[in-house]
Design a protein around this ligand. Structure first.
Ligand SMILES: Nc1ncnc2c1ncn2[C@@H]1O[C@H](COP(=O)(O)OP(=O)(O)OP(=O)(O)O)[C@@H](O)[C@H]1O
Ligand SMILES: [Mg+2]
Length: 638
């Protein structure tokens, strides 16, 4: 018995949603196809699942089909999936079952604006109704698997729909869109044009598990003639992130990396990740083997791609990867997200936070392993991405500290060309040494020549050398590694050796300090505009002078960096240290004792300060003044 065609009113909320659709919530109208393909793919999944227990259901040749009719301006999307009964059509297409959508609509209502605030859009899936952005009439014919009648549904999106009976050869759903006229300004493209459909499928649905076939009718023929010219599969279906690792070849992983990154060198590591349990997600991450040219530019394409059940959602999903891991390429497929999730929502989404945490953990454990088992690979990684990774040291919680610092490599006085890790360093620490000593500067070679290293070299203490600009910043935070403080040797006083040694050295220095006290005061007064203090040094063995920062002051380099960033920190003056063992000092003392007003003393003070600046950074704050002082000295003879 055939049922008569019935007219049904949409639920009030659906009406609202349709209204939003028609008045175009999205500027990107193309997404309707993504939604319909995703629904078809879901329907095919459901059929496959049901077939496990109802073996009489046929699951052969599961596919999605697109067909166009340019003359009548229709686009048809069909699938041979689970289909719907009449009741299911009413429930699924006529009402809004999802609570998220209801909340969305309430929010829109509360906002009392005609247009939906964009930050709210991502909270709900527009789904099926999005087709009304491009169509002014939609018909749907669906036959539930395991039944033999089909249901015909039709609506112009104006508040009501009709339901009737129909026939359909197999189970599945056919949706026909009667397309609105092309309107490029409004973002309505010609959805009967093959190249348009191809492009949209490639962009959003390339990895959908089922073939999306394009069926073309001979020119002028009606779809009912069923004269197929060609049948082409538009999507590659080659998603590999949710396949078991053992089933994917190395080559497939590499090819996919190329597809993602457009980088023709092989990745250094491939990291497949499966998350199951409270949430279902798959990820495939890659560590590239070389840094992109724009790693430190704000414009760098960063972050991973986000998919929901193999349907593309967005590129450069920054919310899934912290900035210091921006070089990681890959895909994350989060099964429980809505396709329309927006960036605003992503930032707050708990699921995303959980996934991100897992990804970061996995990347770090991969790096850990690489460092331990494949040091050559790790060196290559470090050379490419070390400075970026160090950005992560600027903001990390205490628990992670040691783990992150363990990954660090840096130049060291221990070996001219080998890099050292903090663990290496700690293993080589001297008896009684209670700090990890380091020095920062503008290049490794420059720091390696710093006079500040002299006492350390003389006593056989290793010093780590840091030359990346970022080093100044994270070292500024006085980090500790395995309970040992990292201590700058360019700061404050240094004392080396055993307790006894230190005491003796301090006493000896005190003694000399007294002996030269007047000379030091003279220098300080003469140079008071440029320096904070003049004192005798315990860190020099051969150089006459050096510059150091006071215990809690910014280092000169840090100051320069802040200035370059446009922040003018209060000017801190460095401390000038003189080497008491250098024969120059007694000579100056003699000159001073003879005639405190000798004009040469002032010139010498300036030259010594200039020398200290040169040793510190290779640069003079006032080269002209230095040059004048030098010429004066030459002129008068020593
Ligand atoms: N091709 C189809 N075959 C079978 N059922 C379908 C098909 N398309 C839609 N449906 C049914 O209609 C419902 C509504 O679809 P819609 O796209 O609006 O929401 P959704 O797919 O459930 O969620 P979302 O698209 O936001 O992820 C689906 O849940 C499904 O039950
Ligand atoms: Mg959907």
């Amino acid at each position: 018995m055939t049922q008569p065609t019935e007219r049904h009113e949409f639920q009030a909320e659906v009406k609202q949603l349709l209204d939003l659709m028609v008045h175009s919530l999205y500027s990107d109208k193309d997404i309707f196809l993504r939604e319909l393909v995703s629904n078809a793919s879901d329907a095919l999944d459901k059929l496959r699942f049901e077939q496990l227990t109802q073996t009489e259901l046929s699951t052969s040749d599961l596919h999605i089909r697109l067909a166009t009719d340019a003359t009548n301006r229709t686009l048809t999307i069909s699938d041979n999936g689970i289909g719907m009964t009449r009741e299911e059509v009413i429930k699924n297409i006529g009402t809004i079952a999802r609570s998220g959508t209801r909340e969305f609509l309430t929010a829109v209502r509360d906002a009392k604006k005609p247009d939906a605030p964009p930050e709210l859009i991502g909270q709900f899936g527009v789904g099926f109704y999005s087709a009304f952005m491009v169509a002014d009439k939609i018909t749907l014919v669906s036959r539930r698997a395991g039944t033999d009648t089909a249901t015909h549904w039709e609506s112009t999106g104006d508040g009501a729909y009709t339901l009737g009976e129909a026939t359909r050869d197999h189970a599945g759903t056919t949706i026909t869109l009667h397309l609105k006229p092309v309107d490029t300004e409004a973002g309505l493209r010609d959805y009967t044009a093959e190249h348009v459909l191809k492009e949209i499928v490639k962009r959003y649905s390339d990895f959908v598990t089922y073939p999306i076939r394009m069926q073309r009718w001979r020119d002028g023929d009606k779809p009912s003639d069923h004269k197929i010219l060609e049948d082409e599969t538009l999507n590659s279906m080659k998603a590999i992130w949710d396949r078991p690792k053992a089933e994917v070849t190395e080559q497939e992983y590499k090819d996919f990396y190329r597809h993602l990154s457009h980088d023709w060198t092989d990745p250094l590591r491939t990291i497949p990740i499966t998350m199951e349990g409270t949430l279902e997600a798959y990820a495939l991450l890659y560590i590239p083997s070389k840094a992109p040219f724009d790693l430190y530019s704000a414009e760098m394409k960063r972050g991973v791609q986000l998919y929901v059940k193999r349907v593309f959602v967005m590129d450069e999903c920054k919310e899934l990867m912290p900035t210091h891991l921006r070089f990681i390429k890959g895909v994350v497929d989060a099964h429980d997200l809505s396709l329309n999730v927006s960036r605003e929502i992503l930032q707050k989404d708990r699921q995303i936070q959980v996934i991100r945490k897992q990804l970061v953990k996995k990347v770090f454990s991969t790096l850990d392993e690489m460092k331990r088992d494949k040091p050559e690979d790790y060196l290559q990684f470090w050379a490419a991405f070390g400075p970026a990774l160090k950005e992560g040291l600027l903001a990390y919680d205490a628990q992670d500290k040691d783990k992150r610092l363990e990954l660090l490599l840096t130049a060291s006085t221990h070996h001219a060309s080998d890099l050292a890790s903090l663990d290496d360093y700690v293993g080589r620490m001297k008896e009684g040494q209670d700090a990890i000593y380091f020095l920062t500067g503008s290049s490794k070679d420059a720091i390696a020549k710093s006079p500040l290293l002299e006492a350390f070299a003389a006593k056989g203490y290793e010093v780590l050398l840091f030359a990346d600009p970022i080093d100044e910043l994270w070292l500024e935070r006085a980090p500790r590694f395995k309970d040992k403080p990292l201590k700058s040797i360019g700061r404050g006083e240094v004392t080396l050796g055993s307790e006894d040694d230190r005491k003796k050295a301090a006493e000896a220095l005190d003694e000399k300090q007294k002996q030269y006290s007047d000379l030091l005061t003279y220098f300080r007064v003469h140079l008071q505009n440029e320096i904070k203090e003049v004192r005798l040094s315990s860190r020099l063995t051969s150089s006459p002078v050096c510059l150091v920062a006071d215990e809690h002051d910014l280092t000169p380099r840090m100051q320069k960096m802040l200035e370059q960033l446009g922040q003018a920190p209060p000017k801190v003056k460095p401390i000038l240290e003189l080497n008491p063992t250098h024969s120059l000092i007694p000579k100056l003392q003699a000159l001073f004792a003879e005639n405190k007003a000798d004009p040469r003393l002032g010139l010498y003070a300036e030259l010594l300060l200039g020398q200290a600046h040169l040793a510190d950074s290779g640069q003079l704050p006032d080269p002209a003044a230095f040059s004048r002082a030098l010429a004066d000295v030459m002129l008068h003879g020593v």
